[in-house]
Design a protein around this ligand. Sequence first.
Ligand code: V0V
Length: 150
Amino acid sequence: MDNTDLFVCIDHVGLAVPNLDEAIKLHTEVFGWRVLHRETNEEQGVEEAMLGTGNQHVENAQIQLLAPLSEQSTIGKWLAKNGGRGGIQQLAYRVKDIDAVCATLRERGVTLLYDEPKIGTGGSRIQFAHPKSTGGVLLELVEPAAVAAH
Ligand code: V0V
């Protein structure tokens, strides 16, 4: 796959938060973000909200607030390791063809977490690259649902 076809843009930055309602209040009332979407993803162990700026729905990079469904969940463990405080947990790149991107990254030695992409926010297809193979950042790949449908 050509490098120019690999990533479309930054899709979102994921923030781990101890309490979703409090985090939404901060980001909407103080920072002026808008809640675009909210859902619970049992498989990922999160209650999450996607926030956007301005009038655009999905064209701009978003903020994803991620609250844990349990202490044993990925976000629950991340928060415990970080003294219970929130922070940046992941950086997500938007892709057009997640299967092709995963194949290319695997060829280049990147460690991907799942054999096949899983379902993420809004019915998107998602995959993660382990921080040990990305220079220390948990990298998510997102193929949005609208693209996945075509
Ligand atoms: C762990 N490490 C991280 C990290 N989490 N480094 C950067 N960013 C993070 N978020 C480092 C940690 O410091 C250790 O480094 C090493 O990785 C192993 O840490 P650990 O505490 O033992 O963590 P693990 O192995 O239990 O879990 C790490 C992985 C986990 C990446 C496997 O976070 C995972 O499965 N993430 C993917 C799923 C996920 O994040 N779901 C929640 C979002 P040292 O100390 O060894 O150097 S769900 C979502 O985004 C959705 C639904 C969506 O976008 O649609």
